[in-house]
Design a protein around this ligand. Structure first.
Ligand code: HOZ
Length: 426
């Protein structure tokens, strides 16, 4: 019998390119039909056939409280009653800016935008305007949204579809994007020794989550901090994914490194389109209307999105929140590892806060090259078998997973049990 998901996917393809509004949703690399979801509540999603899944995608990160958290929904409804958008300042966005600067010691000033792409694109422009330099460094497999200069050897959907640099980006635009290896300290030192005084910025995901999950080495982060300070380059932590997801002070708090600028998204909007970039006041003061670097947005600081974000941030920074989330995520990872081990299947896995990575390889990868060595076809098999069992992981071997506060002990047990069933038939 044809499922409603199949019918919708067929229909979607008539007027939406590839049937999806963002490529990673298309199941392109795992094959099969994307699930069309009609409802989410807590840790669960229900698809167009009414089948329930335990969700480990969480809208690609924002749903840290689970879907349709009652406090967030109440705040959104209340804000909506007062108007959807004003294109003018509101008290709530001032409260959001105060809160972000209080939570992150590296953030003296912050500007709200509507997406992670806007945040990273604006941060790069600002770093260039501040330093008067054009070149910047990014790392292979890191994804910083889809602004032209950042779509070079990028992760997420580009990596998933085997086309890490997008067509349509003029060579001249990409010429100043220098791409190095994640965790490759020697390469970094060499690049700075050669042209350090020409580098406007270094941008990185402080825990990479768009080529599956890769942890940074301590030496990598401290070298980055030192070199950027020595050469006057702006260190940008892209915490769109890690922000308030790996700890109450994001990855920078976890690792004790202060970036010059930070980009935020996902959790910060609690499921609504909200993102931010901010950092040192001397850099942020270069933005219009104070300075010469232009950046703007009709829906920036949208009151509904700010209401969802504020409510979410207050809940995730409450005492004990991350202790519980870290524990749940670790139990999931340990359980998957134990079941694979029992079944004699080569699997590694790790967690950072509420993020996790599962790899069909003997050990957790620490570089782009190592990620590429993982068994992708084993992942695809695992993905579909788990989906059949009602467990929804990201449809790509190159995406991190996310646990929410709504995942109960029972949900995680059920997930591990599903993996046991899958591995027993491997
Ligand atoms: N950064 C997300 C995936 N890694 C974005 C989701 C998307 O591209 O649709």
């Amino acid at each position: 019998m044809t499922s409603n998901n199949e019918v919708l996917f067929q229909r979607a393809q008539a007027h939406i390119p590839g049937g999806v509004n963002s490529p990673v949703r298309a199941f392109g690399s795992v094959g099969g039909t994307p699930r069309f979801f009609r409802e989410g509540k807590g840790a669960y999603l229900w698809d167009a056939d009414g089948k329930r899944y335990i969700d480990y995608v969480g809208s690609w990160g924002p749903a840290i409280l689970g879907h349709a958290d009652s406090d967030v929904i109440a705040a959104v409804k209340q804000a909506a009653d007062h108007g959807l958008s004003f294109g003018a300042p509101t008290e709530a966005e001032v409260e959001m800016a105060d809160l972000l600067c209080k939570l992150l010691p590296s953030m003296e000033q912050v500007r709200l935008v509507s997406s992670g792409t806007e945040a990273t694109m604006s941060a790069i422009r600002l770093a260039r305007g501040f330093t008067g330099r054009d070149k910047f460094i990014k790392f292979e497999g890191c994804y910083h949204g889809h602004a032209d200069s950042l779509l070079v050897k990028a992760g997420s959907g580009l990596l998933t579809f085997g086309n890490p640099s997008s067509a349509g980006v003029p060579a001249a635009v990409a010429a100043d994007t220098l791409v190095l290896g994640y965790n490759d300290v020697e390469q970094l030192e060499c690049m700075f020794a050669e042209i350090g005084s020409e580098i406007a910025a270094v941008i990185l995901e402080p825990v990479a989550g768009n080529m599956n999950l890769i942890k940074p080495s301590e030496a990598f982060l401290s070298t980055l901090r030192r070199l950027c300070s020595d050469y006057g380059s702006v260190l940008i932590f892209d915490e769109v994914m890690t922000g308030f997801r790996v700890g109450p002070q994001c990855a920078q708090g976890l690792f004790g490194i202060q970036p010059d600028l930070t980009t935020l998204g996902k959790v910060v909007g609690g499921g609504m389109p909200l993102a931010a970039f901010g950092g040192r006041a001397d850099i942020m003061s270069k933005i219009a209307p104070l300075g010469p670097v232009y950046q703007a947005g009709t829906l920036s600081g949208n009151p509904i999105a700010v209401a969802a974000g504020l409510t979410t941030l207050k809940k995730v920074t409450a005492p004990g929140f991350f202790e519980q989330l870290n524990k749940s995520t670790q139990i999931l990872v340990n359980g998957l590892l134990a079941e694979a081990n029992t079944a004699g299947i080569t699997l590694s896995a790790q967690a950072v806060g509420g993020m996790f990575g599962v790899y069909f390889s003997t050990r957790c990868p620490s570089s782009y090259a190592e990620i590429m060595q993982c068994d992708k076809s084993a992942f695809n098999r695992f993905f579909h078998a788990m989906l059949d069992q009602g467990i929804y992981f990201a449809p790509s071997a190159f995406e991190a997973g996310f646990v929410s506060a709504a995942h109960t002990e029972q949900d995680i047990k059920q997930t591990i049990l599903a993996a046991k069933t899958v591995f027993s038939k491997w």
